[in-house]
Design a protein around this ligand. Structure first.
Ligand code: THG
Length: 267
C-alpha cells in the first residue's frame, strides 16, 4: 500500500501560515514526521489562500526536498502550478490530479509523459461525480484510454473514485468500494486505486475510527494507495495489519515492528 502523507496542504491553517511567512522549519518538521510515520510519498498542495500559487508551489517543493527525499504528489487544479512543482521534483512525481474531462486529459496526460510522472485520475467530469459505481467505472475507463493514447503505462495511472463525507453522502461509501473492485479489471496491467481518505470523515465525530475502518474495507476491495494522515499511528498499523491478513507479508508475532524496521532500512 502506497501511503501518501496529506499534511502538507494549505487547507491546514498552520501550513498556510508557514507558506505565507516562508517558515521552513514548520515544513521540514511536517515532512520528516510524516515520513517517519510511514509515508512513502507526500502530497503537496499550496491551498486556496495562496496569492501567488506558482511561487508558493516552487518554495514548498524546494523546502520539502531539503528535509526528505521521498517522491512528491503535486496537488493542484492549475496547469501552471503543476509545471512549477513538477520541474523541481528530484524523484519521479505523481500528478494529483486530472478529471475525466477531455480538456483536462489533453493537457495533463502529455504533462505526465513529459515529466515521466504517474497521474491520478478522478472519476468525475463536467457533470460532477456519477452517483453509481458503474458511472464512476465508465469515467475511469476514459482516463485509462487517454493514458494509453499518450504512451503512459496503465500501471502509472491511479484511479480515484472520490470518497465523500459519510455525513453528507452515506450511500456513496459502498459505491466507491464497488468502483475499486471493478476498476482493477479495466486494463492489463491494472491501474492503481487511490483515495483521499480523510474526506470520508470530514466534520464527523470519531474521525480516526471512521478513517481507519473505511481504509481497511477499501484495502480488502483492492485499494493500493491512499492520501492519508501518516501521523496517525493506529491508521498506519491498520494498513500494515490489513496487508498481513491479505497474505502480502509473512506473519510473525512482531510483524508491526518488523514492517517499520524494514521500511526504515529501505529508506
Ligand atoms: N483525492 C485526491 N486528492 C486529494 C483529495 C482526494 N487531495 C486533498 C484531499 N482530498 C486529501 N487530503 C486531505 C487533507 C486534509 C483533510 C482532508 C483531506 C482534512 N482537513 C481538515 C478538515 O477539513 O477538517 C483541516 C483541519 C484543520 O484546518 O486543521 O480533513 O480526495 N486525489
Amino acid at each position: 500500500m502506497l501511503i501518501i502523507g496529506e499534511r502538507l496542504n494549505g487547507m491546514f491553517k498552520s501550513v498556510a501560515k508557514a507558506i505565507k511567512e516562508k517558515d521552513s522549519k514548520v515544513i521540514h518538521d511536517l515532512a520528516v514526521k510524516q515520513v517517519e510515520g510511514g509515508a512513502h510519498m507526500l502530497d503537496v498542495n499550496v491551498g486556496p489562500a495562496s496569492a501567488d500559487a506558482v511561487a508558493a508551489m516552487e518554495w514548498l517543493v524546494k523546502t520539502i526536498q531539503e528535509a526528505v527525499d521521498v517522491p512528491l504528489s503535486i496537488d493542484s487544479t492549475k496547469p501552471e502550478v503543476f509545471e512549477a512543482g513538477l520541474k523541481l521534483c528530484k524523484a519521479k512525481p505523481l500528478i494529483n490530479s486530472t478529471t475525466a474531462e477531455k480538456e483536462k486529459l489533453d493537457i495533463l496526460m502529455p504533462m505526465a509523459a513529459k515529466y515521466d510522472a504517474s497521474i491520478i485520475g478522478l472519476t468525475m467530469d463536467k457533470k460532477g461525480i456519477p452517483s453509481t459505481g458503474e458511472g464512476r467505472t465508465e469515467l475511469a475507463l476514459n482516463i485509462i484510454a487517454a493514458a494509453m493514447e499518450n504512451g503512459i503505462s496503465t500501471d502509472r495511472v491511479y484511479i480515484d473514485p472520490l470518497i465523500l463525507p459519510v455525513n453528507v453522502a452515506q450511500d456513496q461509501c459502498s459505491k466507491v468500494l464497488e468502483t475499486i473492485r471493478e476498476c482493477k479489471i479495466l486494463s492489463d496491467p491494472p491501474p492503481h486505486l487511490l483515495l483521499g481518505l480523510s474526506n470520508v470523515s470530514q466534520k464527523t465525530l470519531n474521525r480516526e475510527l471512521i478513517n481507519r475502518t473505511y481504509l481497511v474495507m477499501a484495502i480488502a476491495m483492492g485499494l493500493d494507495a491512499a492520501i492519508c494522515d501518516s501521523l496517525d499511528k493506529e491508521l498506519v498499523d491498520s494498513v500494515i495489519t490489513a496487508e498481513l491478513l491479505l497474505n502480502k507479508d509473512i506473519y510473525c508475532d512482531s510483524y508491526l515492528d518488523a514492517y517499520r524496521k524494514k521500511a526504515v532500512a529501505v529508506r
